[in-house]
Write a protein that binds this ligand. Structure first.
Ligand SMILES: [Fe+2]
Length: 194
């Protein structure tokens, strides 16, 4: 059984309201609840009836990925918000420069990825390519690439910004960057490259 974590970032942020953060956290709790429900139902599902058109096993298996990634995505999201947006230094900064040309160029590509996505934009460390890459997602569980560790998770579902910014997703994305805690992201990167 998973339990919802608590996050210091569920409060008024710079450009993201307490109402948005509080409502958004409730959605995260919903993913935790649904993941537990799916895990429980898998224990008693009719395995003989499994079928790719429709079956209980199919529903549970597809939504397992959706719900669990919903949990993981939001834990990264809430976990690295609440900072002052100060630009990273050290090993991560060097790798961003190596793979994108500069921090600013990475940020421009990440913003474009977030504008092009229907759900998420992630900065990931690809362990096979040994490279930082921005990846777009249309749901909680697409389009992930194997052996990649997400370091930055930018939620661009409308629930993340509509209360504060209406359809102005770009303004929300700017606010997201202002509130990032890069020390947490650097720590995740240093663990990822070990
Ligand atoms: Fe979300």
């Amino acid at each position: 059984m998973l339990e919802a974590k608590t996050f210091e970032s569920i409060r008024q942020l710079d450009g993201i309201s307490e109402r948005t953060m509080t409502e958004h956290y409730k959605l995260y709790e919903g993913y935790v609840k649904k993941f537990n429900e799916i895990s429980e139902k898998l224990l008693t599902a009719d395995l003989d009836a499994a079928n790719p058109s429709y079956s209980e096993v199919r529903s549970l298996k597809t939504e397992y990925s959706f719900a669990l990634n919903g949990v993981k995505n939001h834990e990264i999201y809430f976990g690295h918000l609440g900072g002052d947006g100060a630009v990273p230094s050290g090993r991560l900064s060097e790798q961003l420069t190596k793979d994108f040309g500069s921090f600013e160029k990475w940020q421009l590509e990440m913003k474009a990825t977030a504008m092009a996505a229907r759900g998420w934009a992630w900065l990931v460390w690809d362990k096979d390519l040994q490279k930082l890459v921005n990846v777009a997602g249309d749901t909680q569980s697409t389009y992930l690439v194997w052996n990649c560790l997400p370091l930055v998770a930018l939620d661009v579902y409308e629930h993340a910004y509509f209360i504060d910014h209406g359809i102005m997703r770009r303004d929300y994305i700017d606010a997201f960057f202002k509130n990032l805690n890069w020390s947490i992201i650097e720590k995740a990167f240093n663990t990822a490259i070990k």
